[in-house]
Design a protein around this ligand. Structure first.
Ligand SMILES: Nc1nc2c(ncn2[C@@H]2O[C@H](COP(=O)(O)OP(=O)(O)OP(=O)(O)O)[C@@H](O)[C@H]2O)c(=O)[nH]1
Length: 227
């Protein structure tokens, strides 16, 4: 069992964490999280966001995102409300200068890898995105690498281990998701929200929230197989 990252022991009657020796969490805070990844191969950024926000899958005709768009969602973390403002960027190269401007304000970043096409890894596309995040985002941005479309097992050409290896190289967590089935979509955003909430309340002598461990423990709990 992995620690929730909270410095608290027990909860009060109203379910909130006692705040005597920890920084109280300000539920008015909005945490910006940005989704990035290729367009040509359509990694599914918009669909993952819609699945998380509305619990639905946008199948059918693919309409590429133009510029940038955002949606808000409040996530329950340790009985606290954590507000995420999630920016969905256009993957197309021609919008790159617009989307770069948004990297700076983002505290969370979900980078999408496409694993039904070798172009993600062999062409170095995913590495390029991760490098770009490091160049344009805040130094301490929470980054996660996602391999979406895990339901498309028959078309898969990039192995899960390849995604894990790439994530390890960059020191970021990796997860396979599916906007179609919903697998791991909530977990990805919850892990980001939990990390951001923990950072906002963390005391200097308190152990850091271990996002990798949290994800692994939750994946096993839900019996995740990526399909
Ligand atoms: N099978 C399957 N199809 C998906 C999944 N996620 C997205 N798609 C499909 O992939 C296509 C592209 O999805 P989008 O979410 O629009 O892709 P995007 O990354 O936002 O693309 P840009 O806006 O151009 O950057 C659509 O036809 C979706 O229906 C998934 O998890 N499984």
């Amino acid at each position: 069992m992995v620690s929730s990252g909270s410095a608290s022991g027990s909860s009060t009657d109203d379910g909130h964490t006692p705040t005597s020796n920890i920084c109280p969490y300000n539920e008015e805070l909005t945490h910006k999280t940005i989704l990035v990844g290729d367009s040509g191969v359509a990694v599914g950024k918009t669909c993952v966001l819609v699945r998380f926000k509305d619990g639905a899958f946008l199948g059918g005709n693919f309409i590429a995102t133009v510029g940038i768009d955002f949606r808000n969602k409040v996530v329950d973390v340790d009985n606290l409300k954590v507000k995420l403002q999630i920016w969905d960027t256009a993957g197309q190269e021609r919008f790159r200068s617009v989307t770069h401007a948004y990297y700076r304000d983002a505290q969370g970043n979900l980078c999408f890898l496409y694993f039904t096409s070798l172009c993600s890894l062999c062409g170095g596309r995913s590495s390029a995105w991760l490098t770009e995040i490091h160049e344009h985002a805040q130094k301490d941005v929470v980054i996660m690498l996602l391999g979406n479309k895990s339901d498309m097992a028959a078309e898969r050409v990039v192995k899960m281990e390849d995604g894990e290896k790439l994530a390890k190289e960059y020191g970021v967590p990796f997860m396979e998701t599916s906007a179609k089935t919903g697998v791991n979509v909530d977990l990805a955003f919850h892990a980001i929200a939990k990390e951001l909430k923990h950072r906002a309340t963390q005391q200097p002598n308190e152990p850091k929230f271990q996002i990798h461990d949290y994800i692994e423990s939750q994946k096993h709990k839900t019996g995740c197989c990526g399909l």
